[in-house]
Each structure stands twice: as structure tokens, then as C-alpha cells.
Design a protein around this ligand. Structure first.
Ligand SMILES: [Zn+2]
Length: 137
């Protein structure tokens, strides 16, 4: 039960892989995060995708359960640095492959730890594609 942390409130209901994902998300969501404006560890989630710094009172629109998501940082790179969507995707795929290789090595020693990529949503990928297409025109 200690492994499931906050998700232990569900008791015997739902499957343990699901509860582990919930626990993982809630750990990030409930912890105070680093504020991008003042750099202090005081960013708190106040509502869905709304993050507020308790020190400098900055309100940030971030991810639903984490202040910065993989998708969000991708959009930032496209808009602010003018990088191309396809290049970023290639980079992410490369990282994924490397992670998988490392996991395969660990698998022989330990049980495989499943990393959840819950923050990458298909709908967002499509909208980023549209966005990068519009920017390049
Ligand atoms: Zn702040």
C-alpha cells in the first residue's frame, strides 16, 4: 500500500497499474514546484492548469497536473526559438529509444519500471502540427 501513496485511498478498487499512474501524477500535482518567474520553490496548483506562486503571486497557465508538460515545452521551442516540429519529434523519439534500451538492460536485473507518458495527448500533437504549419507559411 505504501507504494501507491495518495492513490491508496481507492482501497481495493481499480487496478494497481492505474493507481500507480494516479499516485505519480498526484505527487507532482501536490508538491510545490519551481516558479519560472522568481525561481523559488513556491508554485502551487490552484485549479485545472492554473498555477500560482505563493511568493511573487505570479499566475501561470501550465499543464493540467504539472506546471510544464512535454507538449508545452515543445510549443515553447517552436514559438520562441523557431525550431521545427519534425526535428523536435525526432529528438523525442531518439530519447524514447535510448530510454527503452536502458530499460531493457535494467529489466534483466530488476523488474521493468513502467514510465508513464500521460502528459502527451494525441489531440495536442495535432494542434501543434497545425500551429507549426501556420508559422512556417
Ligand atoms: Zn514566483
Amino acid at each position: 500500500m505504501t507504494k501507491l501513496k495518495s492513490a491508496s485511498r481507492f482501497g481495493a478498487r481499480y487496478s494497481s497499474p492505474l493507481k500507480k499512474i494516479v499516485a505519480e501524477i498526484e505527487e507532482i500535482q501536490k508538491k510545490k514546484q519551481v516558479c519560472p518567474r522568481c525561481g523559488r520553490k513556491s508554485l502551487k496548483r490552484t485549479s485545472y492548469a492554473r498555477w500560482e506562486c505563493t511568493k511573487c503571486k505570479a499566475v501561470i497557465a501550465g499543464g493540467a497536473y504539472a506546471p510544464q508538460t512535454e507538449m508545452g515545452s515543445m510549443v515553447d521551442r517552436i514559438i520562441k526559438k523557431g525550431e521545427k516540429y519534425e526535428e523536435i519529434v525526432k529528438e523525442i523519439e531518439k530519447k524514447d529509444k535510448e530510454e527503452k534500451k536502458e530499460e531493457d538492460k535494467e529489466e534483466n536485473k530488476e523488474k521493468q519500471k513502467k514510465k508513464s507518458r500521460v502528459f502527451l495527448c494525441h489531440g495536442n500533437v495535432l494542434s501543434v502540427r497545425k500551429l507549426s504549419r501556420n508559422l512556417s507559411q
